[in-house]
Design a binder for this molecule. Structure first.
Ligand code: IMP
Length: 446
């Protein structure tokens, strides 16, 4: 039998740092050129801010493509969905006049249940309290992850555990759902009672079933087998844009483990999270801030604890979209960036928030790490070992001009251009886009 060829173009936008790189803006800019925008990983832990016509939209679960009329917004099977939050988000968009009829949800996406959020919070609390190692006191090497407490890790854990997982498709089958929840709630309640005997969380299977069946009815028109849908779209020659959530350095396999999220948040997650084969994606745009930020725990070698860090946080409005937490700020880490571009297979870079660096007399770039074992230019994908990394910096001249109105690469101050060219030469990937402000228009295409 002859294999039928699929003539379709797929691209991806993926964060190359620890999240919040401004992917939402880029996806929104590109979305109208595509027939479908697909989320393939993460859940309501992600926060994509998009400014359209001066209006700011904060999206957590809904793909940013929803803001482009006529584009299908697909939540793939690799996403973990808090269904109540999803409905709330859709309602907020509808109230603001956004057409959400293009929304599709995979029947195989997993559901974040209320007990997952309770488990997330409890685990973080338990990790914050020091562990008593018994007769030998050991130093606790892993502290709280600093999660968003959206139940992401526990939902993915149940997915991998299999028997204790609920998928979106289950919400449409009350009998299956009731039976699963009875078993799951009995197990969860026992675990909560053991881990937190003073105030154990108790979940009622019958009540949860009722709530989830009602939610399932509301979601039903959007639920489909999205692997087939995506294949149909590809066979019809339609173009697809994959929207990464979280970011490459938070990838559960290739990030700063254990200080990561629980999904393949690099471009490597596209295949398993959507059912689209890897060779389909030919363009991968890696989004990177002109400096580094991180929310939550875990190492960040170039972190700034001084007035420069404060300035950048203030100018960049570096406070979490999802949790409101102040973000940790640091110089651009080229060692980490080159590694992330490798893992995600970036074919081009988009540098965001370059305008925020205006006013800094000097700009530093980490080009190697000093480790106890010597100097290295390789990233150490281990959140415990990376803690010992001391960055080796290259210093460049900064720029003081306001660049928010600049619309072409050649109009940028020479030192800003040199900074971008240095990133490009170190990483070995061309910079295709530079963002100089939150609005759609504040973008330089090269
Ligand atoms: P979780 O995904 O809520 O389990 O959190 C795990 C880690 O990833 C924490 O340090 C979070 O702050 C971080 N994280 C998860 N999603 C994002 C994101 O979209 N942007 C930035 N950090 C994130």
């Amino acid at each position: 039998m002859v294999h039928q060829s699929v003539d379709s173009q797929a691209s991806a936008v993926v964060g190359l740092q620890w999240g919040d790189e401004g992917k939402g803006k880029l996806v929104d800019l590109l979305a109208s050129e595509f027939d479908a925008v697909v989320r393939y990983n993460g859940g309501a832990n992600a926060g994509h801010s998009v400014v359209v016509g001066g209006e700011r939209y904060s999206l957590h679960l809904v793909p940013s493509g929803i803001l482009s009329p006529g584009v299908k917004a697909i939540i793939g099977n690799g996403v973990v969905i808090d269904p109540e939050r999803l409905l709330e988000e859709l309602k907020t968009l509808q109230d603001r006049g956004v057409d959400t009829s293009g929304m599709v949800i995979s029947d195989r996406a997993h559901v974040v249940m209320p007990y997952h959020k309770a488990e997330d919070a409890l685990r973080e609390e338990l990790l914050t309290a020091p562990v008593d190692g018994g007769s030998v006191q050991t130093k606790q090497v892993v502290s709280a992850i600093g999660t968003t407490r959206r139940g992401i890790g526990p939902a993915y854990a149940d997915k991998v555990q299999r028997a204790t997982a609920i998928r979106i498709g289950d919400l449409l089958n009350p009998e299956i759902l009731a039976s699963k929840l009875e078993m799951i709630c009995a197990m969860k309640n026992t675990v909560f009672a053991a881990l937190h005997p003073s105030e154990p969380e108790v979940f009622d299977a019958a009540q949860l079933t009722e709530e989830m069946v009602a939610i399932g009815k509301r979601l039903e028109p959007m639920i489909q087998d999205t692997a087939y849908l995506l294949d149909d779209l590809r066979r019809a020659g339609k173009s697809i844009l994959f929207e990464g959530a979280n970011a490459t350095m938070l990838d559960v396999d290739h990030g700063t483990f254990p200080y990561v999220t629980s999904s393949n948040a690099s471009a490597l997650g596209i295949g398993p999270g959507s059912g689209v084969p890897p060779q389909a994606v030919t363009q991968i745009i890696g989004v990177v801030k002109a400096y580094c930020t991180r929310v939550g725990g875990g190492p960040m070698p170039t972190e700034l604890f001084d007035a420069i860090g404060e300035d950048i946080r203030r100018r960049g409005r570096e406070f979490g979209t999802t949790t409101g937490r102040p973000r940790r700020v640091g110089w651009l880490d080229l060692v980490a960036l080159k590694y992330a571009a490798m893992i995600s297979g970036a074919t081009e870079l988009c540098i965001t928030l370059l305008d925020v660096l205006s006013g800094e007399p000097e700009l530093k770039l980490a080009v190697a790490y000093d480790m106890p074992s010597g100097r290295t230019d390789r990233f150490i994908a281990d959140g415990i070992l990376l803690d010992d990394a001391v960055p080796v910096y290259e210093t460049m001249v900064g720029f003081s001009e306001d660049i928010t109105a600049v619309r072409s690469f050649d109009e940028l101050p020479p030192s800003a251009r040199a900074y971008i060219e240095r990133i490009e030469s170190f990483v070995g990937v061309p910079v295709g886009t530079v963002s100089v402000g939150p609005d759609r228009e504040q973008t330089i295409r090269r």
